[in-house]
Design a protein. Sequence first.
Length: 86
Amino acid sequence: MPDSIKVSASLEDYLEAIYHTVAAKGAARAKDIVMRLGVHNSSVTQALKSLSEKELVNYAPYDTITLTPAGERIAADVVHRHTTLR
């Protein structure tokens, strides 16, 4: 993970949820993340705005959500770490 991009454990969870949803469906929507993580819409919106500011996701309200190349690298690393821990 690049040193210049700091991502909290919570935001890593969002990246992982987006990663898995995109793998299954081709793209994610906010409601997919709400269902996957069991959080409120407002929490998802805040997280997506933060991830978008860090240029880790492509996000616009009411549109599909995809990972940027940097976001995909971080998400893949999170998935790998979680798989290893299991």
